[in-house]
Design a protein around this ligand. Structure first.
Ligand code: UTP
Length: 483
């Protein structure tokens, strides 16, 4: 694992009096209520947690809680950003130009990747980090393995080791690290992988603004959202390391999309040819209230309105021809220029805070554990895509959802975004590739193609032609994994 790998930095233990004087100005001294009943390990843990909280900033957030943005109003005056379509229309260069330019950058080792995997994955209900979910329809490969295979394939194709920066949180760090260590880094080189931990934010009582205690000696903390990525990359030395190693652009992706076009040269090429500082991949939403952020342009700036902030009536707005007005769905694939990210860090551009009302278990003033059955707490999160309005020459690239998006969000049985639906999408895509190479595949047969075998349809046809399979074995009648 690379040198930048680390977890949260440890802080010196502060005394009771030092902690008290730190908390008093912010009316949070209740956090020390059980101090005398804690042993010395518990005291130092609590002290460390308190030392890591920026209480002045938290106070601003708590006080600003009634300031809300009218997203319905914003959506009503939004226009749609100009997008480069997947067939290459909408830009001044050809798909071929974009592919060549992207490949050049890959070959030159200018691309690094960051995978955000710190979420708690509550909707999926899987008891391990989401990246360890076995999503392969035939192979049962995990989500992490999907990404590793794609990076290995890209590495072989372009003759470089594309670095993977993998962001975890307290909830996912130890198990993710163990998983990589015990599984030989999934075929990646250990020095290619940097696992680092994101920051946390305390949950506060929704009524009083007091920080909640999860236990007598521990704050109720949760990950600070994927918007914490930039801070965490910087704090853990990853920005410096990338710069030192000549990386210029950072490909950002999430843990829940096995079809992500990781290191897609065309996407990278569009970004470079447009001199964009931040490029975002979108899909045409499949239905108005699909749970993806809405990419829009407001007052000349590209920005994203999260689905959870958007009233249904705004999501359902249509154009005169009946088509969906807010059509561009964010699938959380971004390409950032390192220069841009460094400028954001230097300017300390604070991303807006999004508040969510959640149920948070905590100990009350008597030290009793309370497990609420309705939301009792406010959690604070930042979103990475809020960097968009700060970026110059932003462009939006449209992808075909059947090729690039199969989100694993909900447990099987839900209507959308389940592992079963993602597996079906993978098989449908790969069945289509095989058919286009002249192979007959029954609809009932599951097929899965590892990118190490073929990264796309053209590579697959070539590989089958070389092996004689597309001529000799014309039909596939049982489940098949090409690896
Ligand atoms: P989601 O918004 O889907 O949240 O995260 P989640 O926590 O994974 O899942 P639920 O809502 O509890 O079911 C989108 C992506 O952002 C990452 C997740 O790991 C996922 O890749 N993420 C989210 C972080 O890395 N850190 C966070 O604090 C939040």
């Amino acid at each position: 694992m690379s040198a930048a790998q680390s977890s949260a930095q440890s802080q010196p233990t502060l005394s009771f009096d030092e902690l008290k004087s730190r908390l008093e100005p912010f009316e949070q001294t209740h956090l020390l209520r059980f101090w005398d009943s804690l042993d010395s390990d518990q005291q130092s843990r609590l002290s460390e947690q308190i030392a890591q909280v920026d209480f002045a900033r938290l106070k601003t957030l708590i006080e600003g809680k009634d300031k809300s943005v009218d997203f319905g109003e914003l959506a009503a005056r939004a226009t749609m950003p100009q997008a480069v379509a997947s067939d290459g229309s909408g830009c001044d260069w050809t798909l071929y130009d974009a592919q060549k330019r992207g490949e050049e950058a890959l070959r030159a080792g200018e691309i690094a990747t960051v995978l955000v995997a710190g979420g708690q994955g509550t909707r999926l209900g899987f008891d391990q980090p989401k990246g360890m979910f076995p999503v392969g329809p035939v192979s049962e490969r995990t989500l992490f393995q999907f990404f590793a295979d794609r990076l290995i394939a890209a590495g072989e194709k372009y003759g470089v080791d594309v670095p993977l920066y993998l962001m975890t949180s307290e909830a996912t760090h130890a198990e993710t690290r163990r998983y990589f260590e015990e599984n030989n880094y999934l075929g990646l080189k250990p020095e290619q992988v940097t696992i680092f931990q994101q920051g946390t934010m305390p949950a506060v009582d929704a009524e009083t603004g007091q920080v909640l205690l999860a236990e007598k000696g521990s704050l109720a903390l949760s990950p600070d959202g994927h918007g914490g990525t930039l801070r965490a990359l910087s704090r853990n030395g990853c920005m410096e390391e990338m710069r030192k190693n000549g990386r210029k652009h950072l490909f950002y992706f999430q843990v829940d999309n096995p079809l992500v076009g990781l290191c897609d040269p065309v996407f990278i090429g569009h970004h470079l040819l447009a001199s964009s500082e931040m490029t975002t991949q979108v899909i045409r939403k499949r239905y108005p209230t699909e749970k993806v952020g809405n990419v829009v342009e407001i007052d000349g700036q590209t920005q994203i309105i999260e689905y959870s902030d958007l009233p249904d009536s705004a999501a359902e707005m249509t154009n005169a021809d009946g088509s969906l007005k807010l059509w561009a769905g964010n699938i959380a694939v971004h390409l950032f220029d390192l220069d841009f990210l460094e400028r954001m860090l230097e300017q300390d551009t604070s991303l807006p805070i999004h508040r969510a009302n959640k149920k948070v278990a905590h100990v009350d003033a008597d030290g009793q554990l309370v497990t609420p059955d309705s939301p009792n707490a406010t959690k604070f999160e930042q979103f990475i895509f809020d960097l968009l309005p700060n970026a110059k020459n932003t462009i939006v690239c449209e992808a075909n959802p059947a090729e690039a998006f199969a989100p694993v969000k909900n447990a099987n049985g839900a209507a959308t975004d389940t592992p079963e639906l993602a597996q079906q999408a993978i098989c449908d895509l790969h069945r289509g590739w095989l058919r286009s190479c002249g192979v007959t595949v029954d609809d009932s047969v599951k097929v899965e193609i590892n990118p190490r075998f073929a990264m796309d349809q053209d590579e697959l046809c070539e590989k089958l032609r070389q092996s004689g399979d597309s001529d000799g074995e014309q039909s596939i009648s049982s489940d098949r994994y090409f690896s």
